[in-house]
Design a protein around this ligand. Structure first.
Ligand code: ADP
Ligand code: ADP
Length: 230
């Protein structure tokens, strides 16, 4: 089943063509790693998948619906089904870890307080941070904050997870704990699109690696083929 389908996607910032006629399909359960040099358009591409960035032209279909042609209400509904994790954690600083996870399910999904808490604690357990439920984000390490950010995205029970360089802002010793959580998620069958510079992760976890440069996807292959011919 196709979860995401991109057809002739292009994006301009002013006069600059940042994405040029991008095509691609992400199937259910697939892990796609998007690699390439800085400035290639990877982040812009990822942000076009949930329309955080509005494409200049082309289609971005999620579960068969073209997001570029839906009402803003419909877009919000569809976007709820896509989780996103950023380079810079983006946790709410004035809320405990637990409240960070409970907010969207309560506000957006109208989950009961008790159910949201139960889900949140189960997710914190899953990312190894149950004991941090009542801590504030600023008291956590970068690696812990990013694991909370992943748990928070999962609290909405998304059908796909988008990761934008999730380990690039971390001290090297914390990269592993975040990649481990992502690997487990992949093993459980989550559909994932991951912009990353972590070639080891791409090699061992991706089903397909997309190599972007200068606004194009220049190569698309299995990790074995991608990394065999540098
Ligand atoms: P990557 O993630 O591969 O490093 P980006 O998608 O962040 O690449 O950026 C691609 C190009 O688009 C860069 O030249 C960047 O400066 C430009 N760009 C990104 N966002 C904006 C923006 N909001 N306005 C103008 N230019 C942008
Ligand atoms: P990342 O590659 O991690 O997304 P960037 O520093 O490229 O980080 O971008 C951070 C923010 O600045 C993004 O919202 C991006 O759209 C915006 N941005 C990036 N390049 C430009 C640019 N040349 N002009 C305006 N905004 C930009």
């Amino acid at each position: 089943k196709k979860v995401i389908e991109v057809n002739h996607l292009s994006k301009k910032f002013g006069e600059t063509d940042v994405l040029k006629d991008i095509n691609g399909t992400v199937k259910s359960g697939q892990v796609i790693c998007v690699i390439g040099p800085s400035g290639a358009g990877k982040s812009t591409f990822l942000r076009c998948l949930n329309l955080l960035e509005k494409p200049t032209s082309g289609e971005v279909k999620f579960d068969g619906t073209d997001l570029t042609h839906v009402s803003s209400k419909q877009l919000l509904d569809l976007r709820e089904r896509m989780g996103m994790v950023f380079q810079s954690f983006n946790l709410f600083p004035n809320m405990t870890v637990l409240k960070n996870l409970m907010l969207a399910p309560i506000r957006v999904k109208h989950m009961s307080e008790a159910e949201a808490e139960k889900t949140a604690i189960a997710l914190l357990d899953r990312v190894g941070l149950k004991e941090k439920a009542n801590a504030y984000p600023s008291s956590l390490s970068g690696g812990q904050q990013q694991r909370v950010a992943i748990a928070r995205a999962l609290a909405m029970n998304p059908e796909v997870m988008l990761f934008d360089e999730p380990t690039s802002a971390l001290d090297p010793e914390m990269v592993g704990e975040v990649l481990e959580v992502m690997q487990e998620l992949a093993n459980e069958g989550m559909t994932m699109v991951v912009v990353t510079h972590e070639m080891g992760f791409a090699k061992s976890v991706a089903d397909e690696v997309w190599f972007m440069a200068d606004g194009y996807i220049l190569e698309r292959s299995s990790p074995d083929d991608m990394f065999e011919h540098p």
